[in-house]
Write a protein that binds this ligand. Structure first.
Ligand SMILES: [Zn+2]
Length: 133
């Protein structure tokens, strides 16, 4: 992750006139290895609506997304990966996504709104309609 610094991230987001999902996940993404699950986590942590355009984010919002990516990656490493996966020794990862299918039918831990789901970029994305603007 040594190439992943805020200046570069911010510049790339500004040049990307696409939905923020395309900037973070998939073949055109500029960060390698993040999936739809990570995307939902990141945007919930950053309090950004999944439908936003990458280039329309304010400097403050870009910082929030950047910080959310770093925090999520650190948490995943610290907790041994996602909870669906086991490592070489058979111990299960303890990282539970803060947002995703596991939140279906539940309320937001921050504001209490019912979590909603939308179709986006060929997948389902869960989000909080109140926190994520
Ligand atoms: Zn909320």
């Amino acid at each position: 992750m040594k190439e992943f610094n805020f200046e570069r991230f911010s510049r790339q987001l500004g040049e990307t006139n696409v939905n923020i999902k395309s900037a973070i996940v998939g073949k055109d993404a500029f960060i390698v290895g993040l999936g739809n699950s990570a995307f939902q986590d990141i945007l919930f942590r950053a309090r950004i609506n999944p439908k936003r355009k990458a280039s329309a984010l304010s400097e403050e919002e870009k910082h929030a997304v950047y910080d959310a990516i770093r925090t999520m990656i650190d948490d995943r490493i610290r907790l041994g990966g996602k909870d669906q996966f086991t490592d070489l020794y058979g111990s299960q990862g303890r990282y539970i996504p803060v947002m995703g299918p596991n939140m279906n039918g539940k309320t937001c831990p921050v504001c209490g709104s019912l979590i909603e789901k939308m179709s986006l970029g060929g997948g389902q994305v869960y989000f909080c309609p109140t926190c994520q603007k």
